[in-house]
Write a protein that binds this ligand. Sequence first.
Ligand code: ADP
Length: 211
Amino acid sequence: MRLIILGAPGVGKGTQAKKITAKFNIAHISTGDILRAEISNKTELGSKAQEFVSSGRLVPDDLIMAMIKDRFKSPDLEKGFLMDGFPRTIEQAEKFDEILDELNLKLDKVINIILDKNEIIKRITNRIVCNSCKKVFKLADFSDRELKCDSCNSVLSKRADDSEVVVVKRLEVYEIQTKPLIEYYSNKKLLADIDGLGTEEEIFERILNHL
Ligand code: ADP
């Protein structure tokens, strides 16, 4: 199965992406996670990407496309994949179509999670992430507990770009640069709109109904 998950920052893409990829045993390709790892490992790509990520702007397409081409050389994509955070611009989507054509692969579905802006800001400013396995938690659930991951026991922290100012910028960038992808994939008859309000399980069920 070959999927893309679309939606504004904070709609729950990453959480649902983990559930989908675990269920279907396909690769989870999160460009945000790859970039954060490159930044924390201080690689050349990381140093080029850092200023864009920390200010909530998009990393230039040439860097992202090189990263994706590299990722698609790996043999673990045979069973399928789910793209999370990519494509994010029409140019990236067109170039991704070229890569898929070259590999003779077709997308099965583009899942588009929809959520109100106020709910998004509330969720992002309340979220903390495991530094190791990237599992997402709600800060409010930890008032009297240590910030430790219940899966791998690593430390939890706020993502550097989850401050309110940067979130507002990321939402603006989404509206201008990423939202046009909804029409792009709708024209290709691949889009599945999913209401993002509800429990993780309810949203997962809604997604499964389309797969
Ligand atoms: P979110 O969807 O919550 O904004 P991500 O983890 O997907 O978070 O991305 C974090 C940041 O990484 C983005 O704000 C952007 O700077 C950069 N980034 C991730 N994916 C891409 C992409 N496909 N193209 C350009 N920049 C990207």
